[in-house]
Ligand binder design. Sequence first.
Ligand SMILES: [Fe+2]
Ligand SMILES: [Fe+2]
Length: 355
Amino acid sequence: MDSSRFDTDALVRSVFHDDYGLEASKLEALYSKSKRHQWNAELDVDWKQFAPDAQILDPKRDILSRLGCVRELPDGTRRKLYREAAIFTLSQVLHGEQAALMTCGQLVNAVPDVEGKFSAAVQVMDEARHIEVFARYLALLGHYYPIDPDLQAIVQQLLSERDWEAKCVGMQVILESVALGFFRLGVEMSEEPVLRQFIGRVHEDESRHVAYGVLTLEERIPQLDESTRERLENFAYDAVCRIAGRARPSFTTQMRALQAAGIDAASFFPKLIAEFSNPEGIDFTGLADPIVDTVIPNLIRVGLVPERHLRGYLAQGFRIDLASGVLEDVHTFHPDARKARAELEAQGQSASRPW
Ligand SMILES: [Fe+2]
Ligand SMILES: [Fe+2]
C-alpha cells in the first residue's frame, strides 16, 4: 500500500455551544500560557548553523548501540546506521506532527467547552510549527522515511473515531506522551547544532499538549458510563501495544534504514531478530522508554489502566501496582512476564489482546 498519501473518512461529532464565559480554570491558564510561548520556526532558529557531518543523536542512549550485531559492524557502517536510524525516528516524528495537527483540528470541533476549543486551536498552530521545523530539518538531512505502518494504523483509527474522548486519549495522552518522552531525551541526545537549538522548544510545546489531554480526561473519564470507559481502556491498551512493539515487534520500515546504511539486510536481519527475541543479553541501563516514563503513568493518572489489564501489561514487561501507582519495567524476559504470557495463552488470550 502507498503510505505517502492516505485518506480517511472522518465523521466528527461537532459541538457548538454559546457559552463564552471563560472560567479561571486550569485549561484557561494553559491556553494563556500557550499564547505567550509561541515561536517562529523560520526566524527563531539559526538554520545557517547546520553541520552536515555532525552526529545527529548521541547513539549511546539508543538501543541499537547495545546490540552485539551492531557493535560488530565496521565503524563507517555503524556510523551510517546511527545516522539513518536518527533520520528514521525524526521522520516518524514529522508524520506524527501531521497526525497531531489533523486530530487536534478535529478536537476544535468536537470538545464541548470553549476553553477546550481554545486550547486545541492554539495546539493546531503549535503542530503546524512543528511540521515546519521538522520538514525544514529533514530537508537539510537530505531525505525522510515513509510513515511506519503501526503509526499509520493508529492515526487512521484516531481520525475516524467519532467521539472526542477516544481522540483525546489516543492523541493527547498516548501519542503526545510518546513525543514528549522522545523530545525530553532529544534535549540530552541531540548533537547536531540546529537540532539542539529547536528540540527544547518543541519539548516545551508538547508538555502543554500532554497537560491538555490529562487535565481534560481526568475530569471526563469518571463521568463516562461503564461500557464507554471499557472501550477506551481497551483502545488505550491496544495503542500501547502497537507503539511499544513488545507484543509484536514491527521492523517493516526500519529495513529501509538498514539498506540506506549499506547493510546486507538478508544476513543482518536474522541476527537483529534473534537479539530482540532473546533480550536477556541486552544492557538496558540508562535507556529511556517513553511508554514507561510517560505514557502508562499518564494512563494510570486519567484512570484508564484497569485491574483486568494488569496481566496483559505484565506480559509485555510492565509491572504495575495500581494502589501505589508504581510502574516497573521488568522487560519481557522476566519470569513473571513469561508466566503472565503463559497464563493468557492458556485462556486463549494474548499479550496483544488480554480480554
Ligand atoms: Fe507537536
Ligand atoms: Fe503536540
